[in-house]
Design a protein around this ligand. Structure first.
Ligand SMILES: [Mg+2]
Length: 122
């Protein structure tokens, strides 16, 4: 499996779980990519080290990126041929290829997921 995980409000929301998960996945020969819209690669690497996250690659938003960050992230995730994505960005999850299994951490600032009048997650 190719598993892609976001950092902020995803790994940072359950760091012990993602530390265990990423080590278990890689121990069993699965592939783990970290994709974040953070621009600062060094601070991202430091966060992943501090939280003991095991990964194959880290993709950060390039400083000279001209697409908006959602388009960059969608293209990056699709380009990496993800099977599973963990990301707290609801709008992103709705635009990912439906073949990808998406796990969406709830918004802890809101306390609950938010739905519109059509029961669609917003
Ligand atoms: Mg996030």
């Amino acid at each position: 499996m190719r598993v892609i995980i976001d950092i902020d409000q995803t790994i940072t929301q359950a760091p012990n779980f993602f530390s265990w998960l990423t080590h278990a996945l890689r121990r069993d020969q699965h592939w783990v990519g970290i994709v974040t819209v953070r621009c600062d690669r060094e601070s991202s690497l430091m966060t992943l080290k501090e939280l003991d996250i095991s990964f194959n690659i880290l993709e950060t938003l390039p400083l000279d990126e001209e697409r908006d960050c959602m388009d960059w992230k969608l293209d990056t995730i699709h380009g990496l041929e993800a099977d599973v994505v963990f990301d707290d960005w609801p709008e992103l999850s709705h635009k990912l290829d439906p073949k990808i299994f998406v796990a969406l951490p709830r918004d802890t600032e809101m306390g609950n997921l938010v739905y519109d009048d059509n029961d669609m997650l917003i």
